[in-house]
Every structure is written in C-alpha cells, then in structure tokens.
Design a protein around this ligand. Sequence first.
Ligand SMILES: Nc1nc2c(c(=O)[nH]1)N[C@H]1C(S)=C(S)[C@@H](COP(=O)(O)OP(=O)(O)OC[C@H]3O[C@@H](n4cnc5c(=O)[nH]c(N)nc54)[C@H](O)[C@@H]3O)O[C@H]1N2
Ligand SMILES: Nc1nc2c(c(=O)[nH]1)N[C@H]1C(S)=C(S)[C@@H](COP(=O)(O)OP(=O)(O)OC[C@H]3O[C@@H](n4cnc5c(=O)[nH]c(N)nc54)[C@H](O)[C@@H]3O)O[C@H]1N2
Ligand code: SF4
Ligand SMILES: [Mo]
Length: 694
Amino acid sequence: MSQAAADPTVGSATHCPYCALQCGMYVREGEITPREDIPANAGGLCQKGWTAAELLTSPERLTTPLLHGSPVSWDEALDYVAARIEAVRAGHGPDAVAVFGGGGLTNEKAYQLGKFARVALRTSQIDYNGRFCMSSAAAAVNRAFGMDRGLPFPITDVARADAVLFAGGNVAETMPPFVRHLTAMRSGGGRLVVVDPRLTPTAKMADLHLQVTPGTDLALALGLLHIAIADGYADLDYLAARTTGFEAVRTSVSAWWPERVERVTGVPVARMREAVRILGEAERAMVLTGRGAEQHAKGTDTVTAFVNLALTLGLPGRAGSGYGCVTGQGNGQGGREHGQKADQLPGYRKIDDPAARAHVAAVWGIDPADLPGPGRSAYELLDALGTPEGPKALLLFGSNPVVSAPRAGHVTRRLEALDLLVVSDFVLSETAAMADVVLPTTQWAEESGTMTNLEGRVLLRRQAAAPPPGARTDLEILRGLAERLGCGEKFPADPRTVFDELRRASAGGVADYSGITYERIAAETGVFWPCPETRGEPHPGTPRPFLDRFATPDGRARMVPVDHRPPAEDVDEEFPLYLTSGRVLAHYQSGAQTRRIRPLTQASPEVFVELHPDLAERLGVAPGDRVRVRSRRGAAEGVARVNASIRPDTLFMPFHWEGVNLLTNPALDPTSRMPEFKVCAAALERCEDGERVA
Ligand SMILES: Nc1nc2c(c(=O)[nH]1)N[C@H]1C(S)=C(S)[C@@H](COP(=O)(O)OP(=O)(O)OC[C@H]3O[C@@H](n4cnc5c(=O)[nH]c(N)nc54)[C@H](O)[C@@H]3O)O[C@H]1N2
Ligand SMILES: Nc1nc2c(c(=O)[nH]1)N[C@H]1C(S)=C(S)[C@@H](COP(=O)(O)OP(=O)(O)OC[C@H]3O[C@@H](n4cnc5c(=O)[nH]c(N)nc54)[C@H](O)[C@@H]3O)O[C@H]1N2
Ligand code: SF4
Ligand SMILES: [Mo]
C-alpha cells in the first residue's frame, strides 16, 4: 500500500461542511454522494449537502490576502497583523487583543485558537459563536448532569423510542436526514410532540403540536411537570435512586396549574395533558430541545425545566430514553469542549480551576500563573470592542457577526471602532468586507481534522480535494502569526500533531479524548467521548454516558427549581407583535456560504417575513408585499409571506440575510450569556410604495 493510501487523513470519504448532523459524504472531483456507513445520515443528505462542493471552485473564493482591500503577499499580511498586535498590546496590554471563534471549526482549530489566545496573545478575551447557539442547554445540563454531551445517546436511539417531545426544533428544515429517525420512530408506533409557535414541516409530522407563544416554553415545561406529577407519572423509585432535589422542584411547580399555564402559553390544557400522557405512558421516551426553546434570556432555566420533566419521568440515563439538546453547528459539540470559550480550557475544563490550569499549562509548557483567567462572553465581547475599556483589535475565525449577532447594527459600529480587525475566511463575508486584513483560508474538503457531531461522536474529516494556490489552513495562519510573535514552535500546523496534543490536554477532563486516534476513528466510523487512554484494552468510547451514574460528584442528577418570567421585552401598544427568527432549509447561518451557491439562492432568494392571514388582513398586507418590521433597535424589510401556520401574534424572519438581527434584543441569560434571539417586541407595516416584489 502506498504511503498516501495508508494515510487516514486523505481520501474521498469525508463529512459535510455545515450542520451538526455531520452527514457522511464522498467528495470525488467535485461530485458529492452520500455515505451509507455514518448512522446519522445513512445515505441521506439535504440540499445544502448535495451542493456543498460548488463553493470550492466558486469565483467568489478568496485566494489572496487582502490589506485594506488590496491584494498583498502572505508575508506582508502576516507581518502587518503581527506588528499591529504588538503595537496594540504595547499601548493597552494583552487584553486589548481579542479572538472570536466558531463552532464550525474543527477540534484541532478550536483547540489551537484557544491556545493561541492564551499562550501567544496572553489575552483572556476569547469567545465564540457557540455562545449564540447551544450555550443555554450546555449550562443547564452541566448543572443537572455534570456533563454537557448534546445527545447523551446515539441518534439511532431516537428511531426506537416510543415518544419524543421536541421543544423548539425544526429538524425537517435544519437537519433533514434527522427526519428519518423520527419517521422510523413513528412507523414503529412511537409518537411525536412538537412545541413551536409555527406549524413547521417538523410540527406537521407530529402527532401533537403545541403552538406556544414565543418566550413561554419555561411556563409550558412547568405546566407539563405539574400535570405529570398530578397524574401520577412521576417515577418515584428512579427519583429516589438517581436524583436529588425533587421535593423542591415538586413544590416549585405546584402553582403552575394547567389553566394558568394555558393563559401564559396559549397552549390548551387538553393538549398539555395529552402531551404528558404520550410521554408518561411510553416505555422509552425522549425530551429534546432546539434553539426555539433555548435562545432566550431565560434559556438555561427553560432547559432546566425540560430536564426536570425528563428526570421526573425517569428518562435520563435509561437506555433508549433521555434528554438531549440537538446541537447545531458542524462542530458545535467539539467546538464547546476545547477552549475557545471565555471560561474554559481543553477537555471541557474550567479556566478558574487550579488543577485544570496546572494540567493544561504543563501540556502547553508555560507557568500556570501566566494563563489568563475568564474573559467576556460573545455578545459582551462584541459590545466592548473599541470602547475605552474594551479590546482594540479582533482576530475572527469562523463567524460572521455583522449578520448573525444580536443587535447587529450596534455590533457593526463596535467593529468599525476597532484599531485592527483581522478575518480569516474563504469568502468575503459581510464581516470580512469590513476587515483591515482578510486571510484566505482553505475549506472543509481541502483539509483534514476532527469534528464531534451532535451525538458526541468524534469523526474524521478527510482531505478530499486540493486547496487552491494561495489559500492557507487556519492552523498554518495561526502558526505564521505565532512565529512572528516569537512562539512559532508551540503552534504546529499539522492537524494530527495538534490532535495528539489535544488528546493530552483533554486527558482526565470531562471531555476526555485521550484514547481517540485518527486510525480508530477511521476504522470505527467515529468514537464517542469520553474515551480515556488505557494501558491495556482500548477504551470502547461512551455512546451512553449516564447509564450507571451521572457525571456529578455523587453520581445523581441535580434537580434545580426554576420559575417562569416573561420575555426581556414584552409586547406593548407601540410594538404589539412577537418577532422570532430561525432557519430555512436552503440556507446556512449568516448565509456567507449558501448565498454564494446558485441552486440554494434559487430555492430561497431573499429575506421574508412570515405572518398570519388574519394579521395580514388587519394590517392591509398582501402576500408578496414589501413590509417593514421595526423594533426598539432598528428596522428591516422583507417580502410578506402570508401563512396560516404561524400564530397571529407572531412574526418569523430567517436570519440568513442582514435584517432580522438589526431588530433582535441582546438581553442575555444570566448564566449562559445567551442572547434573546427568539423573541422581541416588534411592529409591522407595509412599505410606502406597496410595491409587489414577488
Ligand atoms: N438549513 C439550516 N440548517 C441548519 C442551520 C442553518 O442555518 N440552516 N444551522 C444549524 C445550527 S448552527 C443550528 S443551532 C440548528 C438550529 O436548529 P433548530 O433549533 O431546528 O432551528 P431554528 O430555526 O433556529 O429554531 C427552531 C424553531 O424554533 C421555533 N421557535 C421560535 N421561537 C420559539 C419559542 O419561543 N419557543 C419554541 N418552542 N420554539 C420557538 C421556530 O419557529 C423554529 O421553527 O440548525 C442547524 N442546521
Ligand atoms: N436572529 C438570529 N440570529 C442568530 C440565530 C438565530 O436563530 N436567530 N442563531 C445563532 C446561531 S445558533 C448561530 S450558530 C450563529 C451562527 O452565525 P455565524 O457565527 O455568523 O455563522 P456562519 O454564518 O456559519 O459564519 C461562519 C463564517 O466563517 C466562515 N467559515 C466557515 N468555516 C470556516 C473555517 O473552517 N475557518 C474559517 N476561518 N472560516 C470559516 C464562513 O464562510 C462564514 O463567513 O448565529 C446566531 N444568530
Ligand atoms: S443535514 Fe446538515 S450535515 Fe447533513 S447534508 Fe444537510 S447541512 Fe450537511
Ligand atoms: Mo447554532
């Protein structure tokens, strides 16, 4: 066998560039076909996956570094960045340079970015877009289970469940191949309950749809728990053996009687009872949450309430049952484990834990005292940029906050106030277009590295295509900068070398990868963490981590009482409508990638505002009219999409284009620092000229 054939990092069998399902695919000379061997997609792909190769050869691809918009050599670009970093540091100290990462980065990149911030820059100011994604669920399950593994079971368990309650997820559009697991569940007699203010394609599949008022899932979960206890579905043996805190939770939901919950949520009592019956009578049942329930200023408590419901029914840690957060970004899971988060070190360690600091500092060859402490969370970091006390320079890898951050108009002004903005990207995103320096990087199929999918399964992305001349990998970019900052030897650019270091850094941590190797992943189509290194028989990996005990000190799940509160900004006379936001099938995130792929822009060409026919009639809006939505933060326009599947008091806009985030409320969850993307108060009017655009 030739050297190349034996190299597990090269080959056509790889994974999709986009979401956390990380569908397996073959990439052969620009042609994509699905892999059958990866259980998450088992031969399926969505439209984004099928068309992902188009961006590899797109004319919009960046292949030359840009300095103030003009092409320059790599040396010029990197010399400039390093000199400006040194100048900012000399003037304002190390925390004046900030780093922002992304949940789409491979584990190797996320790890190296966190190390680069702490070791090369010595800054505490690093956070990433995962804060906007599943941070509330992460905070809630860390509190409850002592470990944040999005799905603590293989995705194929969903197909064997007898009931699934899914709050605020629309996988029929956000992870289409996930639907096959739900369909299999239903054809086996299982029942699906979906909680969503809209009758989405996912809700249409459901046996029961709870059309909740945006921002009231917490009350709903408390109400479901109240009914579950009242109707005798609490699993008292399980609660006694595997949990602590049930009595306090029981007391806390006693005031959430069903009629009160109906008034708050808009969900009829009979439907709540039916949902509880479906879950309570199932042998194997699951409670899942998506961003709809989580992206709120009370997201952590909302997820806690759903976790309490699952625990009361005796689900988590039982084979075939459980609670799971359906993670979103390609490496949303791994990206939150290895240190690009403000408060974290690799292996899901806490940056303020002295033992964690000592372990990681030893791997990095530095004095623990030289490791910075925790920094600002994503929105707080963006909000501080260019202010007297905030960072003056920002290095950004894998995010497009001009489009995707809450209160994006304000964030854009903060970015403008920087002395230095450096963006690594392969397209000129809206944020890259503002940068002093743009560094053209390689894309998924042109490099290798590991991704940890929504199940906690560590997968290998193989290099399946040659990068265009001129582009460099993010690891090469970080090494180039580190060399210029005098510590190049600490930043290898080879992904496997970085992974081996990550394994050591994670050893003994919650997310222990030390027993995982590229060879093993390749041979086993992925390995579930935790997977510690062993002396004898290799550790098998951990598909279902909570079967025997939870990852808390006493092994029991912690039930924490929580209470409902209204959205940070409720509707009033001036702004009488709830505005929520989310995704459509054809586009990914800020749209930086998918708005450059023709079949996708044809399928979904422009921003729209979804509203109910009754509301449309009241406001004199016809389908296809151009409408303006206003909130206390700004205004945005879109094409009216009139649709009886949405609540009459609610507007929905996708965030794949600049627009809805000019309106969103950056009120933050006190624990997770998640912004309130999913609800703010808004008003809608038809644009003056009333011009029909569709
Ligand atoms: N096509 C596509 N797929 C994607 C992505 C993408 O951008 N495009 N992104 C990936 C990423 S990073 C993520 S995080 C996932 C997200 O995946 P999902 O969580 O499925 O996606 P969203 O559309 O953000 O939100 C889901 C639903 O929440 C509903 N919702 C809004 N407000 C509320 C509320 O107050 N309560 C409840 N219960 N529901 C509410 C919306 O109507 C929407 O249908 O998708 C991943 N997959
Ligand atoms: N209103 C509203 N806003 C939201 C949400 C919502 O539901 N509603 N959802 C939030 C959620 S869940 C998320 S995850 C965020 C996502 O929003 P963003 O953080 O903006 O995510 P992307 O659009 O994926 O941005 C990734 C950028 O990095 C580039 N990129 C991709 N891969 C790499 C790589 O390997 N290296 C480098 N250097 N660049 C790369 C892409 O071209 C793109 O420009 O948006 C959040 N914003
Ligand atoms: S579901 Fe997600 S991972 Fe699968 S093909 Fe679509 S975007 Fe890619
Ligand atoms: Mo996300």
